[in-house]
Every structure is written in structure tokens, then in C-alpha cells.
Design a protein around this ligand. Structure first.
Ligand SMILES: C[S@@+](CC[C@H](N)C(=O)[O-])C[C@H]1O[C@@H](n2cnc3c(N)ncnc32)[C@H](O)[C@@H]1O
Length: 262
């Protein structure tokens, strides 16, 4: 019998609990819409900029942002694409993204120290995202089990998602079905594998096989090579998550771009 600690159901419960919490709402509202920190530019803006350089001269009809959280990257994609679908497992995040879209603004709180909190407001117009925001459709869903209607995308972005998936290999094996031939798959991840979210036997990399280290990048290549070819070299995009006024997490996400060839 499977140990409950390692079951996929438990990973989903952990995911649900974390990404519905007050702490996660504060952290992602701030990471997506708050000021830059320690000279690190906004991750959503940077990654969409990186995609835009590869997409020049290519069709930019439909984009899919998997694990969109509170929506900033989807809104950034809408400045380039005709239609954007933003999907997240957390109904709380989706509700916030939809409220920002509808009202053009949203209030959130940040922990300062101990019981002290501060109030903040997001304005889409301040980020030049208000005019194109209506091109986005947000919905709650699981990236692994999307309805078949989520298909024919020119771009699929999975930003900081695969190391939060209970079954990243299965996700990667089927993701080609969402893209048109020639479409672009963008995977960004700090490969921060944690058993809390991904049972160890499902980790893509970060372990030893027959005494040799297995990296997530190598395994990504193996998993995707049936349907994709990698474009260029992996790149690094940083992001900072603020926990309190004086505690921050500085992450480096490795970004790989893949063109669907079969
Ligand atoms: C680390 S956050 C990254 C958020 C955003 N992409 C970014 O880079 O700022 C991971 C997000 O993926 C969502 N998520 C995790 N597993 C998912 C799944 N199977 N399907 C859809 N969303 C998922 C979480 O709810 C969370 O919003």
C-alpha cells in the first residue's frame, strides 16, 4: 500500500492549502504587481519579453499560461497575443486575477513584522496592462487534466510550475497536445523539488541514478524530445518572493524554450 505521505492526493492537498493561504496571496500579489526588489526586475515582464523575442514574425493568436497565480504573466502575454487563457489550481488566485481584471485594481496586505501589516493596491493601468486585459480568460483547473477545448495554442507557458506538480513527467509527456505544430513551449523552473508537493519518485531530476547525478534539464530534454526541439540555450530569470519586510527569497528560474516539431 502507498504511504499517504507520498500519494498524489496528499500532494494536491498540500498545494491547495498553500496556494489558498493569506501568506501566498500576499507573496504573489507582491511578486506580480509590487515594486522590483534588490535590482531584480519583475519576473512576469521579463519572461514574456524573452518569449516575445523568439516569437517575432510567428503567429501570436493564442497563449496558455499554466499556473498563472494572480494573473500578471497572463496580462503581460495579452499585450502580444489576441487571446490568453490563464489557468491555476488555486480558485483563490483565480478569483483575485478575475477581480483585478474586472475592476482594474485590487487591495492586498503585506506582513511587515510580527502582527504589523501594511495595505497595498494593484492598478493594472500603472503597469500599462489595462487596455489589453480583456483578452485574458482566467479559469480554475489542473494543468494535468485540462478540457480538450484548451488546444491549438501558439505558446504554452509553465512558469515555476513543474516542481509544484505531483506528476511532472506525465504533464510533460502530454503537453504537446495543447500546441499547434511549430508552437512554442516555455518551461521556467528553479527545480526546487520538495516531497511536500512532488513525491520523490516523480521528481524529474535532483537525485542520483546508479551513482550518477540526474539533472532536471537532462530529463526535460529526454521527456520532450519526442515532440519538441530546444531553441537556443537555457537562460536564467530571477524572481524575489517577499515574506516580511526583512525576509525575502531570491530564486533563479531556468528557462528553456521548445518548438513543437511533431
Ligand atoms: C510557484 S507558483 C508560480 C506562479 C506563477 N506562474 C509565477 O511564476 O509567478 C505555482 C503556481 O502553480 C499553481 N499550480 C500548481 N500546480 C498546478 C496544477 N497542477 N495545475 C494548475 N496550477 C497549478 C499554484 O496554484 C501556483 O499558483
Amino acid at each position: 500500500m502507498k504511504s499517504p505521505r507520498h500519494s498524489n492526493k496528499n500532494s494536491l492537498v498540500a498545494l491547495y492549502a498553500h496556494y489558498h493561504s493569506e501568506a501566498a496571496v500576499s507573496q504573489y500579489c507582491d511578486a506580480h504587481y509590487g515594486p522590483d526588489k534588490f535590482g531584480v526586475s519583475n519576473f512576469s515582464r521579463e519572461i514574456v519579453q524573452l518569449c516575445a523575442t523568439v516569437l517575432e514574425g510567428k503567429p501570436q493568436r493564442k497563449a496558455l499560461d499554466l499556473g498563472c497565480a494572480v494573473g500578471r504573466t497572463s496580462f503581460e502575454l495579452a499585450t502580444h497575443f489576441d487571446q490568453v487563457s490563464g489557468i491555476d489550481f488555486s480558485s483563490r488566485f483565480i478569483d483575485i486575477a478575475q477581480r483585478i481584471q474586472k475592476r482594474g485594481k485590487f487591495c492586498y496586505q503585506l506582513p511587515e513584522e510580527g502582527d504589523i501589516i501594511s495595505d497595498h493596491e494593484v492598478h493594472l493601468a500603472n503597469h500599462n496592462l489595462a487596455e489589453t486585459a480583456s483578452k485574458v480568460t482566467f479559469s480554475q483547473g489542473n494543468a494535468r487534466y485540462l478540457e480538450t477545448s484548451f488546444c491549438d495554442y501558439d505558446l504554452v507557458l509553465a512558469a515555476n510550475l513543474i516542481d509544484r506538480c505531483p506528476e511532472p513527467r506525465k504533464f510533460l509527456a502530454s503537453i504537446y497536445q495543447r500546441l499547434v505544430l511549430g508552437g512554442l513551449l516555455v518551461i521556467a523552473s528553479p527545480y526546487n523539488w520538495l516531497e511536500h508537493y512532488t513525491p520523490k519518485k516523480q521528481w524529474l531530476g535532483g537525485y542520483f541514478r546508479a551513482g550518477s547525478p540526474v539533472t532536471s534539464l537532462e530529463e526535460l530534454g529526454k521527456k520532450l524530445s519526442k515532440h519538441f526541439t530546444m531553441i537556443g540555450e537555457p537562460q536564467e530569470v530571477e524572481f524575489v518572493i517577499r515574506e516580511t519586510a526583512r525576509t525575502f527569497h531570491h530564486n533563479i528560474s531556468q528557462v528553456t524554450l521548445w518548438r513543437r516539431i511533431r
